[in-house]
Design a protein around this ligand. Structure first.
Ligand SMILES: C[S@@+](CC[C@H](N)C(=O)[O-])C[C@H]1O[C@@H](n2cnc3c(N)ncnc32)[C@H](O)[C@@H]1O
Length: 302
């Protein structure tokens, strides 16, 4: 089930905390005013779903840690739930909890609802269409609030931190999760062009401010939380049939976003990797290793 806090797009929005280029986290175009272009949402949703499949074990490590710290919450709120990677993992991890999935994209919430139903979790998963830049959604009090790769999207994180603090039961936990960088998967030397292609792409990505976020510790403490943080690294080599579409999507979005920043040589190297006919392209490579890390801030309301 899904309930709307307000009709989509009705609220004016403040300045976004950082600029996004052509694409932002997960290659998502993110303009001010949160106008959700359905094709952008669709691309981002595809990416999020692939993340969920590929990084299930990594996510389980994080939910295990949070469960160890957070006990057995009856009510969980997932802020910026996307297609439900966290929501569904949490609903499965905490078998008695009701999980409210809050997002300002109806498209994401629609996909999430379908997945919840397919897994038989729809009785405990509630989609809430709401804009975190406007008022706090009507979710009641919670034992656990989760926000993965979403806080850097909101206009005023301090406002959200204060609202989460007020919504948590005493002793409750707020888990803020961010990617330390976009995933990497290429070897340093891909066999042609100048070695270090992925490194150069990542430097440019960082310079664009995509996915950029501060260390949230200080702001969380200022909101009244006691905070501990931990980094979770992952490194996996899924079979090419699983890895290739993910790598194609990421590198394709990287190319689009950095088209006017990369050297002609690097653009040609990327095109060769994306070329599905190329026997050494992403589609056929066996040397792709997906790696990255996330930081989790576990913030407790005493
Ligand atoms: C990068 S995605 C992360 C999705 C999910 N948490 C995950 O880890 O897969 C960010 C999500 O936050 C949502 N979002 C961004 N700004 C928002 C806002 N102001 N209010 C509610 N949701 C927002 C987007 O629609 C998107 O689904």
């Amino acid at each position: 089930m899904t309930h709307s806090q307000h009709p989509h797009g009705q609220h004016p929005h403040g300045q976004h905390p950082h600029e996004h280029g052509a694409t932002s986290s997960h290659g998502h175009t993110h303009g001010h005013g949160h106008s959700h272009d359905p094709s952008d949402d669709e691309r981002m949703a595809e990416m999020l779903d692939m993340d969920a499949t590929l990084q299930a074990a990594h996510l389980a490590e994080i939910t295990d840690w949070v469960a160890g710290l957070g006990g057995a919450p009856e009510t969980i709120v997932d802020l910026g739930s996307g297609t439900g990677t966290g929501t569904l993992a949490l609903a499965e991890r905490f078998e008695k909890a009701t999980v409210f999935a809050v997002d300002n994209s109806e498209h994401m919430l629609g996909r999430l609802a379908a997945k919840a139903e397919a897994r038989g979790l729809d009785g405990r998963v509630v989609g809430v269409h709401a804009d975190l830049d406007a008022q706090w959604p009507p979710v009641g009090t919670a034992g656990l609030v989760w926000a993965a790769s979403s806080i850097h999207h909101v206009a005023n994180p301090d406002k959200v931190f204060a609202e989460v603090f007020a919504a948590l039961n005493p002793g409750g936990l707020f888990a803020v999760i961010e990617m330390d960088s976009f995933p990497r998967f290429l070897p340093d030397d891909i066999g042609w062009g100048e070695p270090g292609l992925e490194e150069r792409c990542h430097r440019l990505i960082d310079a664009q401010g995509w996915n950029s976020h501060p260390d949230w510790q200080e702001q969380l403490e200022a909101a009244g939380f006691e905070v501990e943080q931990r980094a979770f690294a992952y490194e996996l080599a899924p079979e090419p049939a699983v890895m290739a579409p993910y790598a194609q999507l990421w590198l394709g979005r990287t190319r689009t976003g950095l088209e006017d920043k990369l050297s002609p040589g690097d653009l040609a190297s990327i095109d060769a990797l994306l070329d599905t006919e190329n026997p050494a392209g992403l589609e056929h490579r066996t040397d792709l290793v997906l790696r990255g890390s996330r930081t989790v801030w576990a913030a407790r309301r005493r």
